[in-house]
Design a protein around this ligand. Sequence first.
Ligand code: BV8
Ligand code: ZN
Length: 249
Amino acid sequence: MTSEVTEPCKISDQDRIFVLTGAGISAESGLATFRDSDGLWAGHAIEDVCTPEAWDRNPELVWQFYSARRQAAANAQPNPAHLALANLESRLLGSPIKDRFFLCTQNVDDLHEKAGSRRLVHMHGELFVSRCSAECGRPPVVDDALYASLAEVARCECGAPLRPHIVWFGETPMEMDRIGEEIRQSTIMLVVGTSGSVYPAANFVRLARQAGARTVYVGPEPPLNASAFTQVVLGKAGAVLPTLLGTAT
Ligand code: BV8
Ligand code: ZN
């Protein structure tokens, strides 16, 4: 059922909310999405910057790509959509039932954290974190440096260059067990700003339906998996979420 947003989404005090966000929620903060005409992939083939093979072939190009993303994200601020989710989380924190809000983002930017979200996971990694490219086992490190050449790239104590702590195509997403558990317990799944073209994230809505949850999509156009939603609300997240989540002042 496709509609414009009119009244807040009904959330009872028994409901447990699982939120999945994609690049669309950061579009109004000035961060390009992947598939926009001038999107992130414009100018770069996925296989040249977002696969382990790309890293083996040309780590300098990969670091130039992610350094440009770090620069853009560092100058970006959360928008009303990020703030509405953080506000909803804090409102639900007060309720007797614990942990009724869980946020899973495919985004590697830190705008959800900047907005005040707490109970969240970055299933595809984080832009401002790096780890050892030799996987020597040392923990990932916070790293907001910009690397124009491989010579500048910081090194792990084992001597190997650091790589972005990001999930590339062909790599296993992070926190999948925890995400699976949260989906099973959810009664409402809210999905915001994702085209539904990348798996396993694009399958979460079907898992939520199997768990009996209401499934709501918010974005300016129906996603590829639109048929799996009980409600599709067409509109920009920054305009829709404050009203839909009842945080509109
Ligand atoms: C894996 C980090 C095994 C990097 C990313 C064939 C069939 C099915 C699957 C596959 C297949 N071949 C290969 C696969 C698997 C592959 C895959 O899905 N490929 C696709 C291309 C077919 N997946 C993988 O490799 C994954 N790993 O499968 O491992 C496994 C599986 C299960 C359990 C264990 C192990 C790893 C995929 C992760 C890759 N890394 N990101 C980086 O950021 O640089 S994916 C990246 O692209 C994003 O994180 C996101 O997940 C994805 C798509 O982006 P979206 O967020 O949806 O953005 P997009 O631009 O597409 O759309 C924007 C949307 O926003 C639009 O709908 C638009 O309408 C909307 N919008 C615009 N403005 C607004 C808005 N919405 C609201 N408000 C607005 N203002
Ligand atoms: Zn190392």
